[in-house]
Design a protein around this ligand. Structure first.
Ligand code: FES
Ligand SMILES: [Fe+2]
Length: 398
């Protein structure tokens, strides 16, 4: 397994991963396997970037909460009494137990260990049997709050209190997705979908997973037969603004309202805002390091990626449909037909992710060349290298 030295040669060598796709090579294999490099990525990326944790609709009423984690930081998102969505570290400020796990509705967060109790604004309101503790003031204790922003109905948090807002740097991505009006799309519950598991932990680097979603090149090869309605020759990689926080690609389809099911046709109601051009292509949109989405005319798959370590990542996967779709006859059966194919594709992708991670650990792991259909990898490399280099300059600035 490669151990990376984060020296001049390493940072200079990244130039070859951000040039034109027809000249570029992939990142050094150690970027996917080395625990030291993951620690660097924590500082360069995860401590500073917006990280998706879920849907705003998961916490509609005051007291509704859900939990997540990124880079092993437990996070709770809650709608407070005033109806404002808030994000906190879920770590109790007494001895570190978690004040919330899973999801539910709470009047306050009572830590199960010694019953320190926090309001929905994160303030410590009671701490039993602490009257003898010197200089202890509950008013000075609170769950650390994280910045929170909602984008297209998805909740993002940021560990950096000075982080610039996300939305203004995703204008072009939001414009591409606008016809789907994702903020108001409906999300079937797990019970309404007999599809792949929603949350799973995988034994590979988060970028291996991200790059698979980024990859047009493999769709009619690895998934041959499953994805015939979306030939990779119809991939398009629109230019993005230099400071973009995300990017997307289009992939044309052979038919209008193409579907990834045995009929090759959309079988759920089409999103109302789509015009004919929208209905003849799919969008793969990416907001690194934690979020990607894949649209079709009748439903959208989203994935929240949550890096855990150099070689572990969690993925939460869900589906969005047009408002009212769930009330249509045979919705469950149609959704099952749709997700059955998605599960088969997903299985192929996850098997290949595992193989890639094994290969990247090898002494023979390449910095390989790209096809023109891998333009998405260049977009990701540019996003990463900007941040790797910025972290390095910050480290060098006294
Ligand atoms: S660890 Fe939470 S109350 Fe003690
Ligand atoms: Fe795939």
């Amino acid at each position: 397994m490669t151990r990376l030295q984060l020296n001049n040669a390493f940072f200079d060598g990244l130039d070859s991963s951000i040039c034109d796709v027809n000249r570029a090579v992939s990142l050094p294999p150690g970027c996917y396997t080395d625990a030291g490099f993951f620690a660097f990525e924590k500082r360069a990326i995860f401590d500073r970037e917006w990280l998706c944790v879920g849907r705003e609709a998961w916490a509609k009423q005051p007291g509704d909460y859900f939990t997540s984690s990124h880079v092993r930081e437990p996070i709770v998102v809650v709608r407070n009494r005033d109806g404002v969505l808030k994000a906190f570290s879920a770590v109790c400020q007494h001895r570190g137990a978690l004040v919330a796990e899973g999801a539910g509705n709470a009047r306050s967060f009572i830590c199960p260990y010694h019953h320190w109790t926090y309001s929905l604004d994160g303030r410590l309101v009671t701490a039993p049997d602490m009257e003898r503790a010197c200089d202890f003031d509950t008013a000075r204790v609170a769950l650390p709050e994280l910045k929170l922003e909602v984008w297209l109905g998805f909740v993002f948090v940021n560990f950096d209190p000075a982080a610039a807002p996300l939305g203004p740097r995703l204008v072009k991505v939001a414009a591409a997705l606008a016809p789907f009006d994702l903020a108001h799309a409906d999300e079937p519950s797990h019970a309404e979908i007999s599809g792949p598991q929603w949350t799973q932990k995988f034994p590979w680097n988060w970028k291996v997973h991200f790059e698979n979603s980024n990859d047009s090149y493999h769709a009619n090869k690895l998934h041959k037969g499953l994805n015939d309605v979306m030939p990779t020759s119809l991939s398009e990689f629109p230019e993005m603004p230099a400071d973009t926080a995300g990017y997307f690609r289009f992939n044309g389809t052979t038919e209008i309202d193409a579907g990834f099911n045995p009929l090759n046709k959309a079988i759920l109601p089409i999103f109302r805002g789509l015009d004919e051009q929208d209905r003849r292509r799919v969008i793969f949109a990416n907001v690194p390091p934690s979020f990607f989405i894949f649209t079709r005319a009748d439903y959208v798959t989203y994935v929240i990626l949550r890096a855990e370590s150099a070689e572990e990542v969690w993925a939460d996967r869900g589906y969005l449909v047009a408002p009212g779709a769930m009330q249509q006859p045979h919705f469950r059966e149609r959704m099952a037909m749709t997700t059955a194919n998605g599960a088969a594709v997903n299985q192929q992708d996850r098997s290949i992710d595992a193989a890639v991670q094994r290969g990247l650990r090898s002494r023979f792991a390449p910095r390989g060349r790209y096809s023109w259909q891998e333009g998405g990898q260049i977009a990701l490399n540019r996003w990463l290298v900007d941040r790797y280099r910025a972290a390095r300059s910050r480290a060098e600035t006294p």
